[in-house]
Ligand binder design. Structure first.
Ligand SMILES: Nc1ncnc2c1ncn2[C@@H]1O[C@H](COP(=O)(O)OP(=O)(O)OP(=O)(O)O)[C@@H](O)[C@H]1O
Length: 350
């Protein structure tokens, strides 16, 4: 508790004193083609508000890391522009952009102390030892790690290493912090804890964060702006609730999870798992289906179902999933093999 209070005070001090105003980022027809002919990013347009938390999300190979690396200046651009606060940074060297990168597994030097890790980029810039150590110590104090400055990364917990990585990224006073899968090296429990810290840091510092992840859950928990990518293009960008509740197409509905895509006489619709109603087969309304799987999840029970039905005389089949509150399931349990009917009280057209 005391550490949290210290951290809050430190972060306020950090945002007031050390950090420049956050910057908005704009990508204009940004593309990356590799010589092999591979199009990693295909003319994407995106506006990220100053001081917001943006998550780039998508399946493996969709182009999210390439996009982040182009913003960082670690990858050349094949076409289009990157603007930071309306300044074109497309061809600037990485160090001159006003961005800093925090990597997957933190990429800390194992043989250097936390202090020297944080001070490293200032050493590269030729700053004297006394001056860079003073700055690094100050930043470590501000993330509540001043007392561990002499420890090597191997002597720190995963969460402490993440704070060292944050301090190291912040020492160049960036306007935009770029995070490449920053939580993937942590175990699931710590990941959730550190996710909350990242969000708190971002709000306290008021910086623009752009965070690459392939976890829908992580993006939903963190993002002000969630950007779903696929095959080098942006499928949808919006707040987590916009994207979750109004997926723009079948890809987004399926990728976000928690939805069933069904063919109806009026076209394809997405129905949330918790909006699907399971009725006894004796009901003669709804889609006929068979229970294939019953999974107890604590507060709810997940039913796997095989629905077979006809639309305009054409046979259809869909494997769907229904989420039942535990009490409803206890009141009327279902078993695998049981025939049922399916109905829904809300559907989103695709
Ligand atoms: N140096 C390269 N040369 C050729 N193709 C590349 C190169 N680097 C990446 N690619 C290709 O570009 C596409 C996008 O890659 P990218 O790393 O941006 O995807 P990603 O969405 O971050 O995936 P992951 O989640 O697996 O990291 C992929 O098809 C990848 O194979």
């Amino acid at each position: 508790m005391q550490a949290a209070v210290r951290m809050n005070a430190a972060l306020s001090a950090l945002s007031e004193n050390a950090q420049p105003r956050p910057a908005g980022i704009e990508l204009v027809a940004l593309s990356k083609h590799y010589p092999s002919g591979n199009v990693a990013v295909d003319a994407i347009n995106l506006r990220i508000e100053s001081g917001s938390y943006c998550c780039l999300l998508g399946p493996s190979g969709c182009g999210k890391s390439t996009t982040l690396r182009m913003i960082a200046g670690h990858e050349t651009v094949s076409g289009g522009d990157i603007l930071l606060d309306n300044r074109n940074i497309t061809t600037l060297p990485a160090a001159a952009r006003g961005t800093a990168m925090m990597f997957q597994s933190f990429a800390l030097f194992p043989h250097l102390s936390a202090l020297d890790n944080v001070a490293f980029s200032l050493k590269m810039k030729g700053m004297s030892k006394a001056e860079r150590h003073a700055k690094a110590q100050d930043l470590l104090e501000r993330v509540s790690l001043g007392h561990l400055a002499q420890r090597k990364p191997g002597e720190l917990s995963g969460g402490q290493q993440q704070r060292v990585a944050l301090a190291r990224a912040l020492i160049t006073s960036p306007k935009v912090l770029l995070l490449d899968e920053p939580l993937s090296a942590l175990d699931p429990f710590l990941r959730v804890q550190m996710r909350a810290e990242l969000r708190r840091w971002q709000k306290e510092l008021g910086l623009t964060f752009i965070h690459v992840t392939h976890s829908q859950e992580e993006a939903m928990a963190l993002a002000d702006l969630m950007v779903v990518m696929n095959h080098g293009v942006i499928e949808q960008a919006g707040t987590p609730s916009e994207v979750y509740n109004r997926p723009i197409n079948e890809f987004v509905a399926r990728f976000m999870g928690g939805h069933n895509v069904l063919d109806t006489a009026h076209g394809k619709v997405a129905v949330r798992n918790d909006h699907l109603r399971v009725l006894p087969a004796s009901q003669d309304q709804g889609l006929p289906a068979t229970v294939t799987d019953v999974e107890y999840q604590g507060t709810y029970v997940l039913l796997g179902l095989d629905a077979r039905y006809t639309v305009d005389g054409v046979d259809r089949r869909a494997e769907v999933c229904a989420m039942l509150p535990e009490a409803d399931f206890q009141a009327r349990p279902y078993v695998p093999g049981e025939p049922v009917r399916l109905n829904w009280h809300a559907a989103h057209p695709l």
